[in-house]
Design a protein around this ligand. Structure first.
Ligand code: TRP
Length: 331
C-alpha cells in the first residue's frame, strides 16, 4: 500500500530555533518513518519580503544543514529547495486564475505585511497563499504539519483545490493540518512575550546555531520573579515555559527535583537556570556541530540538494501531467 503524503515548507529567513525544533523538526523526523514526506526550503516565498538575495544561498544551505542535523534522513524524506522544482511555478500560475483578489486581500498574513511594510506591497505578497497552495498540491499532499499561524493559508489551499477539482476534474485531495496532537509543545520566548520567534527579540530566542556560552547567557537572563509565595501555586507562564524547556532537555530526576522545589517554595531560580543552561547547551551542541560540518561540506550539500530536487520533480511532474490533461493543455 502506498503511504500517505506529508509536506511542509520552511522559509529561509532567520536562524532555526528551539520553537522550530520542538514544534516542527522533531515531528518531521517521526513522520519520515510512516509517511511519504516532502520537506522543502521556501526560497521563492522569501522573495516576497526579502528582495535582497545576497545572503539567500547561505541561508538555504543552513536550513538544509540544520534539518539534516536534527535527524531528517534524506534517504527517507525528500528534502529540496522550492526553486529547483519549476513545476510548482506552473501550478501556481493555474491556481492564480482561481484565486480572487478580494479573498487574497483579506488574508491575515497579507494585512500584517501591508501594515509592517507598506512600501513593498507586491503581487507576490498578495498571492503568497496561492504559491503555498501550489507547494502543497503539487505533490497531492494530504497532511501539512504547520502551526496555528498557517491555518488560514491551509484553508485557502483547500478552497483552491476544491475549485480546481470542480472546474476541471478531480486531481487534488484536500490537504489538512497535521500534528502529533498529544505532544504539541508551545515554546515561548525567554522574555515571556509570546512565542519564540525567528526575528523578534534575539536574547529571548535560543537558536540551534547558538554557542554554549550564548545559550547560558540567554537562559540566565530569562524572565523570572521573586518566586512562589504559597505551596503548590500555579506557575506564571514565563516560569512554566522554563519548566517546559527543562522537561524537554533535562533528565526526569532533575525536572522532578526542581518541580518539587517550586511546589515547596524552596526553588532558587539561579540554580534552576544554571542547570537548565547546562542541559540546554548539551542538547544543542551536537546539533550545532553537525549542522556546521554539513554546511562546510559543499559537495555533500549539493549532492543532497540535487537528490531532493530529483525526488520532488518526479512526484511534481506526475501531478502536473494530470493537471494539464484535465485543463486540456496537452498538445
Ligand atoms: N508559509 C509557511 C511559513 O511561513 C512556509 C511555507 C511555504 C509552507 N510553503 C508551504 C508551509 C507549504 C507548509 C506548506 O511558515
Amino acid at each position: 500500500m502506498s503511504k500517505e503524503i506529508v509536506l511542509s515548507g520552511i522559509r529561509p529567513t532567520g536562524f532555526l530555533h528551539l520553537g522550530n525544533y520542538f514544534g516542527a523538526l522533531r515531528n518531521y523526523v517521526r513522520m519520515q518513518e510512516d509517511y511519504e514526506c516532502y520537506f522543502f526550503v521556501a526560497n521563492w516565498h522569501s522573495l516576497t519580503t526579502h528582495p535582497d538575495t545576497k545572503e539567500l544561498q547561505h541561508s538555504v544551505h543552513r536550513v538544509i544543514a540544520e534539518n539534516i542535523a536534527c535527524g531528517l534522513d534524506t534517504t527517507k524524506a525528500a528534502l529540496y529547495v522550492q526553486s529547483d522544482v519549476p513545476e510548482i511555478a506552473e501550478l501556481y500560475l493555474y491556481l492564480n486564475m482561481l484565486a480572487y483578489k478580494g479573498e487574497l486581500e483579506k488574508t491575515a498574513s497579507f494585512k500584517d505585511k501591508v501594515r509592517s511594510n507598506p512600501e513593498n506591497v507586491n503581487a507576490g505578497l498578495l498571492t503568497y497563499p496561492v504559491l503555498m497552495s501550489a507547494d502543497i498540491l503539487i505533490h497531492r499532499a494530504l497532511y501539512v504539519p504547520v502551526g496555528k499561524d498557517q491555518e488560514q493559508h491551509l484553508e485557502m489551499a483547500r478552497n483552491f483545490a476544491e475549485r480546481f477539482n470542480h472546474r476541471y476534474g478531480e486531481v487534488f485531495p484536500l490537504p489538512k493540518a497535521f500534528n502529533y496532537n498529544s505532544e504539541l509543545v508551545k515554546i515561548m520566548g525567554l522574555d515571556g512575550n509570546g512565542k519564540m520567534s525567528k526575528s523578534e527579540n534575539q536574547m529571548a530566542t535560543i537558536y540551534l546555531a547558538d554557542e554554549d556560552d550564548v545559550i547560558r547567557k540567554k537562559i540566565m537572563k530569562a524572565k523570572t520573579d521573586s518566586g512562589p509565595t504559597a505551596p503548590d501555586s500555579e506557575k506564571p507562564d514565563y516560569i512554566q515555559n522554563l519548566f517546559t524547556l527543562m522537561k524537554l532537555v533535562s533528565t526526569e530526576e532533575v525536572y522532578n527535583q526542581f518541580d518539587a522545589n517550586y511546589n515547596g517554595c524552596s526553588i532558587r531560580y539561579g540554580d534552576f537556570k544554571k542547570q537548565l543552561a547546562e542541559d540546554m547547551a548539551n542538547f544543542i551542541k551536537p546539533i550545532r556541530e553537525k549542522a556546521a560540518d554539513i554546511q562546510n561540506d559543499k559537495l555533500f550539500l549539493s549532492k543532497v540538494i540535487k537528490e531532493g530536487a530529483d525526488k520532488a520533480r518526479e512526484s511534481a511532474s506526475k501531478t502536473l501531467h494530470l493537471v494539464r490533461a484535465v485543463i486540456n493543455m496537452n498538445y
